[in-house]
Design a protein around this ligand. Structure first.
Ligand code: HEC
Length: 145
């Protein structure tokens, strides 16, 4: 068996040949980056302190629900439990929005996490700020469900 390591665009590529079978290629994500993303995820204090500029009214909550249905349910699930169809392959799993852990975070922290993303959780910076605050209002309605 012959093993070669080739760096291609920051990924590591393993090439190996066993008993004259064809070459198999396995591309792996950089291990260091993955390890750095498994610890606690905490927003800076200045971000935690930011207040939600939108009221918790029906219009805002419906806006948040609509944005979540389009962008988030594939991973977070239709009820925000973190069990959408795309969650199967993910580790860490998408957060359970109904959980005490998430609900105990201030609005500013949830907003910041939606904005910045981490690992498999995409950054939603490109969504209008208004939509991201509406998402936070919607997530609040799922507490304990
Ligand atoms: C591709 C899958 C995926 C999609 C789509 C996705 N998320 Fe996530 N989300 C994750 C994963 C995975 C985590 C856990 C990240 C971690 O802990 O490192 C996460 C974590 C979070 C958290 C952090 C909760 C906490 O307190 O730790 C929030 C809030 C969140 N997502 C909101 C959203 C919103 C809102 C959307 C849609 C606009 C969304 N996510 C779309 C995968 C996804």
């Amino acid at each position: 068996m012959r093993v070669r390591f080739v760096n291609v665009d920051g990924t590591i590529r393993f090439r190996f040949r066993c008993h004259r079978r064809p070459l198999d290629d396995v591309a792996l994500a950089r291990p260091v980056e993955v390890a750095a993303q498994t610890g606690p995820w905490v927003a800076p204090d200045s971000e935690k302190a930011k207040k939600n500029p939108l009221p918790a009214d029906k219009k805002t909550i419906e806006q948040g629900e609509k944005v979540a249905k389009i962008n988030c349910v594939s991973c977070h699930g239709p009820l925000g439990k973190g069990n959408g169809p795309a969650a199967v392959a993910l580790n860490p799993k998408p957060a359970d929005w109904t959980s005490k852990r998430v609900q105990d975070e201030p609005d500013g922290e949830i907003f910041w996490k939606i904005t910045t993303g981490r690992g498999a959780m995409p950054s939603w910076r490109h969504l209008p700020e208004n939509d991201r605050w509406a998402l936070v209002r919607y997530i609040r309605t799922l507490a304990g469900k």
